[in-house]
Design a protein around this ligand. Structure first.
Ligand SMILES: [Cu+2]
Length: 217
């Protein structure tokens, strides 16, 4: 066989491989939907319509026995800065095991801690330019506080995997790229009770969900 024949044959294999990629990618659906809060409050806002990051609404997907999800710890780091005597941002999402960096970018010292059941920790006092980090072993809400500044507060919500989305101010959300299967859709808002609903991503197309959160009892 001549060299040109070998070349053409290897190109044939390459073309076959390229055709397979879009077929695999197409076999994943999005979970889209709308979330509502009690009394018409918008996600990310206070009851009187002011911006409040800690009032962000979050949705995420959990695997089930029938459709398990193998969690992958994201290699990128979540960063929560201490700046202007406040946390920036004041709402963050971390996957179990993901590193959360907490740099002090202020001219004053801070002492970040949490007493949340999800994880209780105290990073101690550290000055500008220094950073400490934490990661979380289980899912749930973590309230960040500073023992030196009472006005400082932030929420980290720890989710089991990368399939999550923050809800827009209009209530719309989209969790992309799930394999067909039946999962559990969950939602969080600091003032609302827990939400859990079965959701099926079909072989073709997207799944849609309506999430109506109710006030915490
Ligand atoms: Cu502080």
């Amino acid at each position: 066989m001549s060299d040109s024949h070998t070349l053409r044959r290897s190109h044939g294999w390459l073309a076959a491989a390229l055709v397979l990629v879009p077929l695999t990618a197409a076999n994943a659906g999005n979970v889209t939907g709308t979330l509502t809060l009690p009394e018409g409050v918008k996600p990310g806002q206070t009851k009187d319509g002011k911006t409040d990051e800690t009032a962000t609404a979050l949705v995420w997907i959990e695997g089930t026995e029938a459709s398990p999800i193998t969690p992958q710890v994201p290699s990128d780091t979540v960063t929560i800065s201490q700046k202007g005597t406040q946390f920036t941002p004041r709402f963050s999402v971390a996957v179990v095991g993901q590193k959360v960096d907490m740099p002090n970018d202020d001219n004053t010292a801070h002492n970040v801690y949490s007493k949340s059941p999800t994880k209780s920790f105290n990073l101690g006092v550290y000055p500008k330019g220094e950073s400490k980090d934490v990661s979380f072993e289980k899912t749930g809400r973590v309230d960040l506080l500073c023992s030196m500044h009472r006005q400082m507060s932030a929420i980290i919500y720890v989710v089991p995997n990368e399939h999550f989305a923050k809800v827009g101010e209009d209530g719309a959300f989209k969790i992309p790229d799930l394999k067909p299967g039946t999962y559990t859709l969950k939602a969080f808002h600091k003032d609302c009770g827990e939400f859990s609903q079965e959701i099926t991503v079909p072989e073709q197309g997207d799944a849609t969900a309506t999430v109506a959160l109710t006030a915490k009892k």
